[in-house]
Design a binder for this molecule. Structure first.
Ligand code: OOG
Ligand code: MG
Length: 262
């Protein structure tokens, strides 16, 4: 680690203020170029502590940058992880209030809920198949607290991987007997197709993302408890949205979810 505790907490406070005040900041590596991944996750943890103290509840975990489309869009090369909150939940059929965000974007994702603990290192997709009870069609709302989404990996990890909101479909499906890598995904904005992909876009198979999450958490001495909701990462590039837009996403065999921006 390159940063001391006091600086880590100060940076978490700065990111939290940027989020609550919808006032974007410059990326933190501009001021702290030596900051490493351990510092970045420590800032994210500190942000979680600050938000929890305010009554924000943790709803689950997320992976980011698990598809080539997302990595290419943001110019990064490695997956990252963060947390999602109860307050960020948009119920199926619900809408998003544009004014609550700086620069919202929507991502099509596949979500899972685990039924047994998952532990790395060495967690493999076979372990995940045995430990995932349900898969859900999902979307994530991301919103960088950095001006114009201009960040690098340590900065975006510190900013809880741009997490800002999420929706899952009301009906989950068992992953057993379902070819998740060949699930076709079609994303529409205002009726026009804006992106298409299949489940394999996420690390070859969306459940590989869950195995990778368990292995990443193991490096920090953490596991994925039973009953955890996990967003496996954007399947396509994220779509910019504004007031009046509607985004609908079809997940072959899993259903359709949609969100209105007002
Ligand atoms: C970071 C969030 C990445 C995903 O699904 O790839 C992410 C960002 O793009 O701002 O959530
Ligand atoms: Mg995402």
């Amino acid at each position: 680690m390159a940063l001391d505790r006091e600086i880590i907490e100060k940076l978490a406070i700065r990111l939290d203020a940027a989020q609550t005040g919808r006032a974007p900041i410059g990326k933190i590596t501009d001021d702290h170029p030596l900051m490493d991944w351990a510092d970045a996750y420590a800032i994210q943890d500190s942000l979680k502590t600050i938000q929890s103290a305010r009554g924000v509840e943790i709803a689950g975990l997320k992976m980011g940058f698990t598809s080539r489309a997302k990595m290419a869009q943001m110019g990064v090369k490695e997956p990252i992880n963060g947390f999602i909150t109860r307050q960020g939940r948009v119920p199926q059929g619900g809408s998003l209030h544009r004014a609550k965000f700086i620069n919202p974007r929507i991502e099509a994702e596949i979500a899972v809920v685990t039924s047994a603990e998952l532990k790395g290192p060495g967690c493999h997709i076979g372990d995940v198949f045995r430990s995932v009870a349900h898969v859900f069609p999902a979307l994530e709302v991301i919103d960088s607290r950095y001006r114009d989404f201009a960040f690098d990996l340590p900065s975006v990890i510190a900013d809880n991987t741009s997490a800002a909101g999420w929706m899952i479909g009301d009906d989950g499906a068992s992953p057993i007997g379902r070819d998740l890598k060949n699930i076709g995904v079609v994303m529409r904005k205002n009726g026009q197709v804006v992106a298409t992909a299949s489940g394999a876009a996420v690390l070859g198979h969306p459940l590989n993302s869950v195995a990778m999450l368990a292995n990443m958490l193991a490096r920090r001495g953490l596991t994925i408890p039973a009953g955890t909701l996990i967003l496996t990462g954007g399947i396509t590039a994220a779509i910019m949205v504004d007031t009046g837009d509607r985004v609908a996403i079809d997940f072959q065999g899993l259903g359709t979810i949609g969100i209105n921006i007002h």
